[in-house]
Design a protein around this ligand. Structure first.
Ligand SMILES: [Zn+2]
Length: 432
């Protein structure tokens, strides 16, 4: 993840405090752990509220309620949120938003509610579109380099998750590729010397933090396998010979797969998606120095990072529930630093303007992670995965992304922002 220092720090910090999402899948019971303060659920005729007690989120003592009035989530107003104007690339790609009946709470169903899952039907459609291809034979040959000090549990979990994502990412490739994934801890220092992915000076903050604070077991730092800009800046750009086909992540040596939240489990597939993007951005010769502005013109941050967030979560996780937990954690992370900006989204027009700002390389806002992920849900649900694959394959440092996009989608990027904005507004504000 290419982040500013503040965001990088935040990424790790957020993750240390947000373990709650893994425990929302059981029916409420007084004193049992719950996921979100203020959340109300009815179970067996009693209403439970998620409260903070001794710094823990737990269900309150239940209050008896009439079984005829179960507290259920409101259905997502998907129909009214659809843009009145539909994208019209070709008849077969006309958006057909469908609300799966199983997603809408039905008042006549049993009074004991099922697990509350809060996600947008559009996200489900995009998730399913991506996972249609999870069974296809993978063209990616994954090689893992694990540090000796990492737990075997983390090793197994990340391998499984990354392999599932690789099978899906291989849809982007026409020829087989090998990708090497480096996963180390702060105790594997020697691995960072002369490493093709990591540079010791860039990692210093993380290595020190993981070494000093032994309570950190839920944090991650990742990087795709091309050169750091800072390294390139201190030498002549032409000296920066690139690598390709490699990605890496750093985890605290205490981490187990279960101690990581859903966002941190997705860091390796996130970086691996950048590797896929880079095959096309740089072409067959491998990566080389590209000024940030050129990178952004070839693919704006909403696609670069939004794509990596979306595909890491949709490609890696098995279920929409896990995907949604990942999205919620991305949102929580963004809210910490860009709360005012996200809360300022009141109208569809505000959403369009934020997308335009992000496209115009406004680095004051780094909301591209969540805004981009939401845009990907919308784009893939409405236009399918195949078109998106062509878009990625045809992007290059020699081409302007906006022109590439318009020629493939038959509609300009700005028009897409306008079409998507009403639903993205709902998607984002529902998580504020
Ligand atoms: Zn990234």
């Amino acid at each position: 993840m290419k982040l500013t220092k503040t965001l990088v720090v935040l990424f790790g910090l957020l993750v240390t405090t947000n373990l709650s999402s893994a425990i929302s899948a059981t029916p409420p019971k007084a004193g049992a752990r719950c996921a979100e303060a203020g959340k109300v659920q009815v179970s067996k005729g009693k209403k439970f509220t998620c409260i903070v007690k001794s710094k823990k989120l737990v269900w309150s003592a239940g209050v008896t309620v009439k079984a005829t009035a179960p507290v259920l989530p409101k259905p997502t107003p998907i129909a009214s949120a659809m843009p009145s104007q539909t994208p019209s690339p070709s008849p077969s790609q006309t958006p057909t938003p469908q609300v799966s009946p199983s997603l809408s709470p039905t008042p006549n169903s049993s009074p004991s509610p099922k697990v509350v899952v809060d996600f947008n039907p559009l996200a489900l459609k995009a998730f399913e579109e991506v996972n249609k291809f999870s069974e296809s034979p993978s063209k990616i040959r994954l090689k893992f380099e694990y540090g000796e000090n990492l737990s075997s549990d983390l090793h197994m979990g990340l391998t499984k998750y990354t392999s599932k994502a690789a099978a899906i990412y291989s849809r982007f490739l026409s020829t087989p590729k090998e990708i090497t994934i480096h996963i180390y801890s702060e105790k594997d220092m020697e691995k960072y010397r002369d490493n093709s992915v990591f540079q010791l000076d860039e990692l210093k903050f993380w290595l020190d933090w993981y070494t000093k604070d032994l309570s950190i077991s839920d944090s991650a730092y990742g990087h795709p396998g091309h050169n750091y800009r800072s390294v390139c800046k201190i030498s002549k750009p032409t000296d920066c010979t690139g690598v390709s086909g490699e990605a890496g992540a750093l985890y605290p040596s205490r981490a187990t797969f279960n101690s990581l939240n859903y966002l941190n489990r997705s860091v390796v597939p996130h970086e691996m998606f950048h590797v896929i993007q880079d095959y096309f951005l740089y072409g067959s010769g491998g990566s080389f120095y590209l000024p940030q502005e050129d990178q952004d013109l070839s693919m704006p941050p909403t696609f670069r990072e939004g794509g990596a967030v979306f595909f890491a979560l949709a490609g890696g996780f098995e279920s929409i529930e896990e995907y949604e937990k990942g999205i919620t954690e991305v949102m929580n992370w963004m809210k910490k630093d860009f709360s005012a900006e996200l809360k300022g989204l009141r109208t569809a027009n505000d959403v369009v303007n934020l997308f335009l700002r992000l496209e115009r390389l406004d680095r004051k806002s780094r909301t591209e992670y969540i805004m981009g992920a939401a845009l990907h849900e919308w784009l893939i649900a409405n236009y399918g995965l195949e078109k998106y694959i062509v878009l990625t394959q045809q992007h290059s440092y020699q081409k302007k992304f906006s022109e590439n996009f318009a020629s493939i989608y038959g509609v300009t990027l700005t028009e897409i922002y306008k079409l998507a904005a009403p639903e993205i507004l709902i998607r984002i504000t529902s998580k504020l």
